[in-house]
Design a protein around this ligand. Structure first.
Ligand code: ZN
Length: 63
């Protein structure tokens, strides 16, 4: 079910599931990668940061 995206660096077609282009090894644009839901969703980045902080806080609390 993965779509094909173009590598922004070399222009090769790679599945959007890949974080890196397997032709040139460059990182694919986050807006077309598997983390695109963070970039596309409004406020998603803030929610992600809050979630990470919460997880770190819980880890510190329990251990
Ligand atoms: Zn490439």
């Amino acid at each position: 079910m993965s779509k094909i995206v173009r590598c922004p660096k070399c222009g090769s077609e790679v599945p959007e599931d890949n974080l890196r282009c397997f032709f040139c090894g460059s990182m694919l644009d986050i807006s077309v990668g598997p983390l695109s839901f963070i970039a596309n969703k409004k406020g998603g980045l803030v929610i992600s940061i809050i979630a990470i902080i919460t997880i770190l806080f819980l880890l510190k609390w329990f251990f």
